[in-house]
Each structure stands twice: as structure tokens, then as C-alpha cells.
Design a protein. Sequence first.
Length: 284
Amino acid sequence: MTNRLASVFAILWILASVECIEVSSSDIFFKNGVTPQRLDDNKKRPILITPRGGQRVEQKGAPALQTTRESAVNAGILLAFSSGYMNGCCLSGTVAADRTKQPVVAVTGTYTLSALGLASGDMKQFQTQVSVLFSYITGSTIAGLLNPSPALFRIPSSVGYAFLVASCLLFTSCFLSHNESPTKTLFYLAAMASGIHNSITSVHTANLVRSTHYSGISSDIGSFLGQVLRGNYENLGKLIVFVKLAASFWIGGFVAFFATKEYAGLSLLFSAILNLIIGMALAF
């Protein structure tokens, strides 16, 4: 079991560590994540190579990691696996003392469940689902506060701090899973970490990579597949990316089944440690 988990993690980690291609003055940069601009040769900014893939670009304020589309996608694949894994753990019924099963990544159903809870008079269900939804939004808010001016494929050190916050939330969730008194706070904290992940991946890739939003990705897969079948290959690249992300998310849930059987609440340590590693690498 341990070897199986290690093998899956190692493969995804290698994919996410692919080196970025060298950025030249002819490459397209994006200002404020909206307007494409080309760097003039006479105004080329000095670039510092880093061993983590991508490049650190010297600019006003904190340095930022200049990455590429390929590396962003590969990192997204790793985060998608982590999100699917974390969601699988929380839906397993083994991480909470009262055996509660609660999704913490996809909040589309959370809206409906909260509405049904209120309509039926089940205030416990209503309060739980609203709290999960609020937690997810709060996580995205934290990411926005730490990175108020995102740019495409440019990762400032503040993003590392966001991952460190997510790591602390998940470590706390893991701790609460061993509390003998039933508590749903562990789900709220995990949902908050999910909100941080999805916010970071969305704003820095113009929604090309979304680590937790698979209703939209599934819809896009169908739309782009239909276009390809009719001979329109314009979105073929996006289709391939979305299929990879969806497959990685699914594999994460698959692995979570075995991890929770073996480690119960401790299974959340994987996502907590992964966030810690990413946060340390980006922040420092």
C-alpha cells in the first residue's frame, strides 16, 4: 500500500518539476493578467535562473518566478491530484469521529445541499453546508489578499505564503481528526485550503488550470471534444490539459480510498506536507 502511494506521488512530482523553457525578449508577457506585451530588446529585464524550474524576474517589489504554460500545467496536475486526494479523504467517513462524509473541494453541490437543508428545516445540514461554502470563499479571499495583482504565469513569493497558510490549515485538520469529540471544523479548514488552491491556479493561468473546479472542466471537455469531432482543433490543447487535470483529480480520490483505510485521519498529512514543501520553495 505504501509503495503504491509513493509511486503515484513520485510520478506526479516528476511531472510537476519539469524545467521551464528559457524566456527570451521575443516571448509574450502579460501585464496584470490581461494585456499581452512583448519585451523590447533594449528594455529586457535581467533574469535570474532558479533550480526550481522557471525563472525569477527582477522587478519592483518582491521577485517573481516566471514560469511557462507547460510548467504551470504540470504543477496543476500535482495540485489536482492533491485536491482529489483531499476530497476523497473527507468523503471517506474515516477522518471524522462521527464518520461524517463531507466534500470540501467541489462546492456546486454544497449550494444545493444548503438550500435543501433550509427548505426541509434541517438546520444542521444547512449550517454545515453554508459553513463549508463560506470557508471555501474565505480561502480564495486569503489568496487574493496575499496576491492582489496577479499576472499570468508569474508567481511572486506571496503565493508561497498562501500555500503555507493552506499547509497550516491542513495540519490543523489532521490534528482535529483525532479529536474524540465530533467536529466539522476539520472540513471547514480543508475547504478553506481548497479555496486557496483554486484561486492561485485560476488567476495565474487565466482559468487554464483549476485544481478544484471539475464541473466546469467536465463541461469544457465535452464542448472541446465536440468541436474536435467536427474538425475544429483550436481548443485541442486545452482539451488535453483538462483531461490530464481531471484524470489526476480522479486518481487522487482513488488513492485516498486506500490511504484512509490504512491511516484514517493521518491521511490528510500528505496534502499538508505537500503544501508545506511548495510554500517553502516559493516563499524562500
